[in-house]
Design a protein around this ligand. Structure first.
Ligand SMILES: Nc1ncnc2c1ncn2[C@@H]1O[C@H](COP(=O)(O)OP(=O)(O)OP(=O)(O)O)[C@@H](O)[C@H]1O
Ligand SMILES: [Mg+2]
Length: 182
């Protein structure tokens, strides 16, 4: 539960392959952080941002970097004003994630690697995109045609093949408490 001191905002930057569990976890986390920790939460989900703020962007390396930059910018504004910005973004490039950390401020930035094997993500295929990529109907699929640079020093690594969305979210919360973010 809430401690005595008012907690600071921060950015929970969730990176991982398509289908690894970023959006699923962000929804569970939002409920828990609000209800059990009294924190205001805003989710910045890549898919949603692409319908609005990033509607002019595609899937080239430059556009993916620009997309991450815009999300970082909004996350900075939110997290410096007491909000927990939960970012659910593939963010395949290590340099983009490092830039986000610098823009937001390392003290307010928590990188979470939402980890699942490509095989597991492809089996889940919640949007049918892996199947489309295998059929050649889309050509910029991260993990198939486009790279995913695995985090090497994420603050938290959550292995979503080893638990349910509920237990994975609990694990992240425990790690945040250990780091005195909650
Ligand atoms: N421990 C877990 N945490 C999160 N999701 C899990 C877990 N175990 C199984 N899943 C399942 O994995 C799938 C993850 O899909 P989700 O849409 O959250 O992925 P994503 O990372 O947001 O993908 P994308 O980058 O394409 O948006 C869901 O069907 C979810 O139910
Ligand atoms: Mg998603």
């Amino acid at each position: 539960m809430m401690g005595n001191a008012r907690k600071q905002g921060f950015t929970l930057w969730m990176t991982g392959l398509p289908g690894s569990g970023k959006s699923t976890l962000s929804a569970v986390l939002k409920t828990k952080l609000e209800k059990e920790h009294g924190m205001p939460v805003e989710i910045l989900d890549g898919d949603e941002v692409r319908k609005g703020l990033s509607r002019d962007l595609g899937l080239s390396k430059e556009d993916r970097e620009e997309h991450a930059w815009r999300v970082s910018f909004v996350a900075k504004l939110l997290s410096r004003n007491g909000v927990v910005a939960v970012v659910a973004l593939i963010s395949p490039y290590r340099t983009s994630r490092e830039s986000a950390k610098q823009m937001i401020g390392p003290e307010r930035f928590v990188e979470v690697y939402v980890k699942a094997s490509l095989q597991a993500c492809e089996m889940r295929d919640p949007k049918g995109l892996y199947a489309k990529a295998r059929r050649g109907e889309i050509t910029n699929m991260t993990g198939i045609q486009d790279p995913y640079e695995e985090p090497t020093d994420a603050d938290i690594v959550v292995e979503t093949e080893k638990g349910t969305p509920e237990t994975s979210a609990e694990f992240i919360i425990k790690e945040l408490q250990r780091r005195r973010k909650l």
